[in-house]
Design a protein around this ligand. Structure first.
Ligand code: FAD
Length: 303
């Protein structure tokens, strides 16, 4: 057997990023997907093209036994893969330590067996690494890969829950939102500190609604309390790769750019024609955001 992929879940559903991870992992060999969740989530995973087999271990409080679940399975695979997400960053380093394997993290391209590309220096450079170990523990940036298509019919195999763990999950809190998820959204509108207030940030959210976009923010906007922490995009926030990123009143600091390098097109709305974000934007609207954004929103609503 070749690749074991830990599925990303989104509450009681399969995260769209899992299809992207399957596409990436398929470059390494046949992919078995491990779902630590319900049978219906496993069925969703089984429909992703390229999945060889889905292994499901369900039941309450399984999240605190992931380590115990993964470890014996991992021994059977050449590659154990997860997303470079909160889940992957939590589970995979511990797994790698237990298996005495040096993990390769944050992979954005796979050049061949044991040959990976990953960003360094806050995304300012890409390094290609070769991993000579016979077995590999990897985390992959799902946003760097196109999703695998549907139409698969992989068999689903239920396995026993692992033995009890010393770790206990006390609670998991989910931020409910009806806007698209930042990490997988096709359109993202980001707001900077120049919106000036929580009220000012509502302009960004309104534009986001008109575009059916996810909403993000710079660290400066988050630190100022204009936007919640989990909206932060950048080196110390979320990494996004939308088809379109609309950056409103954002200077384009290196740490912010580190989070948007996967964006296919960038529109910058900024009063400063010399701002770094304007230099890299595909389209720039130079002017006052308090003037441009309401007009743009109204135009979009009228379509
Ligand atoms: P500013 O840099 O102040 O830019 C404001 C922009 O708004 C300017 O370009 C200005 O021309 C424009 N503007 C002003 N008024 C208007 C108006 N009325 N209409 C239109 N445009 C206007 N930052 C992140 O975003 N994400 C990170 O993950 C992150 N991680 C960091 C990690 C470290 C270790 C450090 C040191 C910093 C990090 N930062 C991060 C902070 C980063 O360096 C910048 O300070 C931040 O991104 C700037 O945010 P901003 O663009 O909102 O503000």
């Amino acid at each position: 057997m070749s690749v074991l992929l830990l599925a990303e879940l989104d509450g009681d559903a399969l995260s769209p990023s899992t299809a992207r991870l399957v596409a990436a992992a398929s470059l390494l060999g046949p992919v078995d997907v491990l779902v630590a969740g319900s049978a219906s989530i496993a069925q969703s995973a089984a429909t992703i093209a390229g999945v060889n087999r889905v292994i499901v271990a369900g039941g309450p409080l399984l999240a605190d036994r992931l380590q115990e679940l993964l470890e014996p399975l991992a021994a059977q695979y050449q590659y154990v893969v997860a997303g470079a997400t909160t889940l992957g960053k939590d589970v995979m380093p511990r797994l790698a330590a237990r298996l005495d394997i040096q993990p390769v993290t944050d992979i954005v391209a796979i050049e061949g067996p044991g040959r990976f590309v990953r960003p360094i220096y806050a995304g300012n450079a890409l390094e290609t690494v070769t991993d000579p170990q016979s077995r590999h523990v990897l985390t992959i940036r799902a946003s760097a890969f196109r999703p695998a298509s549907g139409g698969g019919e992989a068999p689903v195999e239920i396995i026993e829950q692992p033995y009890d763990s010393a770790v206990r999950l006390i609670a998991a809190h989910r931020t409910e939102s009806d806007v698209p998820d930042l990490s997988t959204a096709q359109i993202v509108v980001g707001g900077g500190v120049s919106v000036g207030s929580v009220e000012g940030f509502k302009l960004i959210e309104r534009l986001g609604q008109s575009l059916n976009a996810a909403v993000g923010a710079t660290r400066a906007a988050v630190d100022a309390g204009y936007a919640p922490n989990d909206w932060q995009i950048g080196q110390t926030g979320k990494i996004i790769a939308p088809d379109l990123y609309v950056a409103v009143g954002i200077s384009g600091a290196l740490q912010h750019l580190a989070g948007i390098q996967g964006a296919k097109k960038i529109i910058a709305i900024n009063s400063d024609a010399e701002a770094p974000i304007v230099k890299i934007a595909d389209v720039a609207l130079i002017g006052d955001l308090f003037d441009i954004v309401p007009k743009l929103t109204a135009e979009l609503d009228a379509l």
